[in-house]
Design a protein around this ligand. Structure first.
Ligand SMILES: *Cc1c(COP(=O)(O)O)cnc(C)c1O
Length: 468
């Protein structure tokens, strides 16, 4: 049996290896998927291995794993590393509570509730509000849809069928809406995708027209999902105008999906982008996106908590043996056993204060302005995204974005992805790493430009040529 103290020492040692490696190799050596098992010893065998061999294997695995915390990772809607949040998550692993009851989680329950109550207060939900920590933004959308379904048709949960329910989201909304409709028994074909305006925001007039048509056809509109920060463009749907539409129809649950940019609620300068969120029935945001906590940390807030317990509580005598429902969080969660995702966000918030969180958010918008200005002021670039967004979408010298992103990744230059809006495809640079500085963004463009200068064949290539 190994002593945990030795394991913790090894952990510290390897964490230092990782931090050093991030400085020297901000983009990890890429291993082709088909070569993976031949390159690294990932095999599981009858016999264990000696400590020294274990350490060697772990070092190789660490060095080969994509590095998401460095200043050359821009691929996804998370990045960087907030030290106090990492600290909280490591502690959550050591404490290893399950969040379903006060009996086994104690003060950790209070920590989770404090984040929920404080967040509710900040977005203007009243005293009857509450929330929970689902496994991510997709699950938050799912829980919202289930509450919407049960509110529109209370028999549905027992009968497994019911009214012809419909869900609405914009064409730019997150793909989880389609999957969730299938899981909820509503059906993928019963999601109506509403057109956006030229800036990628849901058009509330089109939403209203569609709802009226559907009611005339005998359907029951149950759920509207507005997005605060669409996955590609980072656009904010007009929440107030959508709330005006939803309030006209009794059966509609109005959810705001702020997984990507709901964190703007922490910024005095940018919270206007969420104006009207207090009129929603539920709102979710991912602290593992804008707030920089380790994956995953997603929060759903519900204006009237009776819907949360209505849809998600189940009696279980073996489990709920002490304390009131308020402190037995399993009564309002999707899971039974549940990881402590709250502590890492709480340690960050506690140490920096709300003002510190605001700085993290504002920094992302500052970096976005730097990147957008750079693209705007350089005629080799074409800009496809808009102000008030931390997604900067562009193309460089007319190079196919798929070709360029893949080449940058395979050549270990930088990790960035591409997306599309309407008929355009472009590189999507995300300034979500609040630990970056403006120089890091300027360095990104330099890396990209130097790479193209050294690979002149890229200009004029399209992906079909590249693949052939
Ligand atoms: C990232 C994202 C989600 C999904 O969140 P996960 O935590 O990855 O499941 C949902 N909606 C939007 C708008 C997102 O950007």
């Amino acid at each position: 049996m190994s002593d945990i103290n030795n394991d913790l020492e090894l952990f510290n040692e390897l964490a230092k290896v990782l931090l050093e490696d991030e400085k020297n190799n901000p983009v990890a050596d890429r291993i082709d998927a088909e070569d993976l098992y031949a390159t690294l010893d990932l095999s599981l065998n009858d016999n264990g291995i000696a400590d020294a061999d274990f350490k060697n294997v772990m070092t190789e695995v660490i060095e080969a794993t994509p590095k998401t915390a460095t200043n050359l990772f821009f691929n996804q809607l998370f990045g960087g590393r907030q030290g106090k949040a990492v600290f909280g998550d490591l502690l959550a692993v050591m404490l290893n509570n399950s969040m379903y009851t006060y009996k086994v989680a104690g003060p950790q329950v209070g920590i989770e509730l404090e984040i929920i109550h404080k967040s509710c207060e900040m977005i203007g939900y009243g005293k009857t509000s509450s929330g929970t920590f689902p496994t991510g933004g997709s699950m938050s959308n799912y829980m919202a849809l289930i509450m919407g379904r049960d509110a529109a048709d209370p028999k549905f949960r027992n009968e497994g069928k019911g009214k012809n329910l419909l869900a609405y989201a914009s064409v730019e909304s997150h793909y989880s809406n389609a999957k969730n409709a299938s899981f909820a028994g509503i059906g993928r074909n019963n999601v109506r995708y509403i057109e956006t305006d030229d800036l990628g925001r849901m058009n509330p007039v089109k939403l209203d027209e569609q709802i009226q048509k559907d009611i005339a056809d005998g359907h029951t509109p149950a759920f509207v999902n507005a997005t605060a920060g669409t996955t590609v463009l980072g656009a904010f749907d007009p929440i107030d105008a959508i709330a005006d539409v939803c309030e006209k129809y009794d059966s509609i649950w109005f959810h705001v999906d702020g997984a990507y940019c709901g964190g703007a609620m922490f910024s005095a300068k940018y919270k206007h982008l969420l104006k009207g969120v207090d009129r929603s029935d539920s709102f979710s945001y991912n602290a593992h996106k804008m707030l920089g906590t380790p994956l995953t940390c997603s929060i759903i807030l519900v204006k009237d908590k009776k819907y949360l317990s209505g849809s998600f509580s189940n009696d279980a005598e073996y489990l709920y043996q002490t304390d009131g429902d308020e402190f037995n969080l399993g009564k309002t969660s999707f899971q039974c056993g549940r990881r402590n995702d709250a502590l890492k966000f709480w340690t960050l918030w506690k140490s920096l204060g709300t003002n510190g969180l605001e700085k993290i958010i504002d920094q992302q918008f500052i970096l976005a302005d730097v990147a957008r200005d750079y693209v705007r002021n350089n005629s080799d670039y074409q800009l496809y995204s808009f102000d008030d967004s931390i997604s900067i979408c562009f193309n460089y010298k007319g190079i196919d974005p798929d070709v360029l992103c893949t080449a940058l990744y395979e050549e270990k230059e930088t990790v960035v992805g591409f997306g599309n809006f309407r008929e355009d495809t472009f590189i999507r640079l995300v300034t979500i790493n609040g630990t970056n500085e403006p120089e890091d963004l300027l360095n990104f463009f330099k890396v990209l430009e130097d790479f193209v200068a050294n690979n002149p064949a890229l200009v004029g290539l399209d992906s079909s040529v590249f693949e052939a």
